[in-house]
Design a protein around this ligand. Structure first.
Ligand code: GDP
Ligand code: MG
Length: 458
């Protein structure tokens, strides 16, 4: 696995500064292989790896992780964000019925998905109607009826040879396929839903074994007839590299607003997800991992990312390493606070660690003592923009200045101010307040007894 290869090829270095080119290249090679093994299409792999390398170059080395782990972390983050970040939800029309059209190759899982969607929609309080527009295969309508029955959803199906009485047949909708015209069925299905107050219509369409013009034309005609709110491209995760060409064909031939990945219960590593997403830019909305109605869920980018990279364990390890490091750091800092030795470097590190957790006011508010009058007033003054400035100033200092802020005299203050783009007054402010804070924190540490028994004599 990727985890094993990475721990084998890279030394467990801990350093400061930037990730080195060599570290990044070595790790990028492994990531590239992992992506190819997961069946991500080559051009997609290239683009993705190049982008991630750029990002890794700009990244600061974390004390918690070795360079390989850090690159992996960046790759994972990038992958999760490319795969969709937060999952997009199905868009419902303001004027029901919402029309969802399913498109994809034969065998991709459209009809099965229709049943799952109906089942899921019902669990969300909707009243779905399934419309059988696959009139190509003799048993396709029956298949949808069986699936619909299982899901407890009504199926709208064509009557063999004619359109149902009482429904308007549009001129020109010739009965091309013997049992009826799929475009006509789609149109009547939506009208039926409107009449009978079904609030979502799922239109199941025919697929072909390969991409061809006839298939695309029929899908496009159905699309034009029912103007779907969502067109879902259904793609078998096992198709791997072919996902790119197929997705492009459906994008150009029919257009789609979302993707559903099926057959994730197989051993495919899920590279198709990344390929389709990269090539079409459309979000993956759902994932299907079995033949049963309940083998279905909204898509989770984070789970897919670790499946593609094959490194669930590695990510857990990275999280643990970071957690442990944070704790180690805060214990050290607490000891320093108690002895009054806190440096600006520690202060900066703590600030960065804390800011990873969210807006600063919220976090400080959770500290012990935060509810005393004096603290409350101080907290109200803290805002994130102010912290950006503090961070910039400290970054403008030399290591020696950060370690021993007492040496920061007038000319140093001027240099720091110029370097970080602030006024000298701001630097003075920071330094003075740091000394005050350090004194106050030392007193508080004594009072509350934190600092792990290293309470210094005051
Ligand atoms: P369609 O031609 O696009 O309508 O595809 P079907 O819905 O008929 O599915 C084709 C085959 O794949 C059927 O045998 C389904 O039972 C099976 N299938 C669909 N989705 C999944 C899935 O997520 N996992 C597995 N293992 N099989 C699936
Ligand atoms: Mg089907």
């Amino acid at each position: 696995t990727l985890s094993e290869r990475l721990s084998g090829t890279l030394a467990n270095l801990r350093g400061k500064g930037r990730l080195s080119e060599a570290d990044i290249d070595a790790t990028a090679r492994e990531i590239r292989i992992a992506l190819l093994e997961a069946d991500v299409a080559l051009p997609v792999v290239r683009g993705f790896v190049a982008r991630t390398k750029e990002r890794a170059k700009g990244a600061e080395v974390s004390g918690a992780l070795n360079p390989a782990q850090q690159v992996v972390k960046i790759v994972n983050e990038e992958l999760v964000s490319v795969l969709g970040g937060e999952t997009r939800r199905l868009r419902f029309s303001k004027e029901p019925p919402t029309v969802i059209m399913l498109a994809g190759l034969q065998g991709s899982g459209k009809t099965t998905l229709a049943g799952k969607l109906a089942f899921w929609l019902k669990s969300q309080g909707h009243t779905p109607l399934l419309v059988a527009c696959d009139l190509q295969r003799p048993n396709a309508v029956t298949q949808l009826q069986i699936v619909g029955e299982r899901a407890g959803a009504t199926v709208f199906a064509p009557h063999p040879g004619a359109s149902a009485a009482g429904h308007q047949t549009q001129p020109g909708s010739a009965e091309r396929n013997g049992v009826g015209d799929p475009v006509d069925v789609a149109r009547r299905g939506v009208a039926h839903a409107r009449d009978k107050m079904y609030d979502v219509v799922v239109v199941d369409t025919a697929g072909r074994l390969g991409v061809d013009e006839e298939l695309m034309r029929q899908a496009a005609d159905i699309r034009d007839a029912v103007r779907p709110d969502e067109t879902l491209f259904v793609v078998d995760a096992m198709i791997g590299q072919d996902a790119v060409a197929t997705a492009e064909a459906f994008r150009d031939g029919v257009g789609f607003t979302g993707v559903v990945l099926t057959k994730l219960d197989g051993d495919a590593r899920g590279g198709a997800a990344l390929s389709v997403r990269e090539v079409t830019g459309q979000p993956i909305l759902f994932a299907s991992d079995g033949e049963k109605l309940e083998n279905f869920d909204v898509f989770h980018p984070d789970r897919m990312a670790s499946r593609i990279l094959g490194m669930g364990d590695l990510l857990t390890l990275i999280e643990q390493a970071e957690g442990a490091f944070d704790q180690e750091q805060s214990e050290k800092a607490a000891a320093k606070i108690a002895s009054g030795e806190l440096s600006l470097e520690d202060f900066l590190e703590q600030m960065m660690a804390i800011r990873k957790m969210g807006p600063i006011g919220n976090i400080l508010g959770m500290l012990p003592g935060a509810n005393t009058g004096q603290m409350k007033h101080a907290l109200a003054q803290v805002d994130d923009r102010h912290l950006d400035k503090l961070q910039a100033i400290i970054r403008g200092m030399t290591p020696a200045e950060r370690a021993d802020p007492k040496i920061i005299n007038g000319s140093r203050r001027l240099r720091i101010a110029n370097g970080s783009g602030v006024a000298v007054g701001d630097v003075n402010d920071l330094v003075n307040r740091f000394f005050e804070a350090r004194k106050m924190m030392k007193q508080m540490a004594g009072q509350f007894g934190f600092g792990g028994g290293q309470r210094s004599a005051t």
